[in-house]
Write a protein that binds this ligand. Structure first.
Ligand SMILES: [Zn+2]
Length: 141
C-alpha cells in the first residue's frame, strides 16, 4: 500500500491509499479518482507531500554526518602519517630487505617504514614478520 497526497484543480488536498504507484496511474487514466470535496476528476499527486520533504532533510543530515566521520578519519590518518614520519626511518623500496635486517639483528631496534609488494609481504609473513599497513594519505587536499 502507498499513500499519496492528492490535489485537485481547485486546490483541495486530501490523502488516498493505493496498492502501488501503477494502481494510481491506472485509476487516474480511467477517471476513477475524484476529489472528495468537489468531485473534480482533475486530480494529481501533490509534490509538496510532507513525507517526501522529511525524507530529504533526513538524508542530507545523514550525509553530512558521514562526511564529518570521513573528515575525522582522514585527520586520524594524517596524524598517523606524521607520527610515522617523525619516529620511523624511511627505507623506501628496500623495506623488505631492511625489515629482515631489523628482525634478525636482535640488537637493532630501528623503526622503519617503506613500501612492499604483495608477494614481499606474503614472504615476510611466512617468516613471522607481521607488518602493519597504513593507508598513506596526502597531507593537503
Ligand atoms: Zn476539489
Amino acid at each position: 500500500m502507498i499513500k499519496y497526497n492528492l490535489t485537485c484543480k481547485n486546490n483541495h488536498s486530501f490523502e488516498s491509499w493505493f496498492s502501488d504507484s501503477k494502481e494510481f496511474e491506472r485509476l487516474k487514466r480511467k477517471n476513477l479518482i475524484e476529489c472528495i470535496f468537489c468531485h473534480s476528476k482533475k486530480v494529481d499527486k501533490s509534490i509538496m507531500a510532507p513525507g517526501v520533504l522529511n525524507t530529504k532533510t533526513h538524508n542530507i543530515k545523514k550525509y553530512s554526518n558521514e562526511l564529518n566521520e570521513l573528515k575525522k578519519f582522514k585527520k586520524d590518518l594524517q596524524n598517523i602519517r606524521k607520527f610515522v614520519e617523525n619516529n620511523f626511518e624511511y627505507v623506501e623500496k628496500n623495506f623488505a630487505k631492511k625489515v629482515r635486517e631489523v628482525y634478525y639483528d636482535k640488537k637493532s631496534k630501528k623503526n622503519i617504514y617503506g613500501s612492499t609488494t604483495e608477494s614481499e609481504r606474503e614472504e615476510l609473513k611466512e617468516e613471522g614478520i607481521d607488518l602493519l599497513s597504513i593507508p598513506w594519505i596526502e597531507k593537503d587536499n
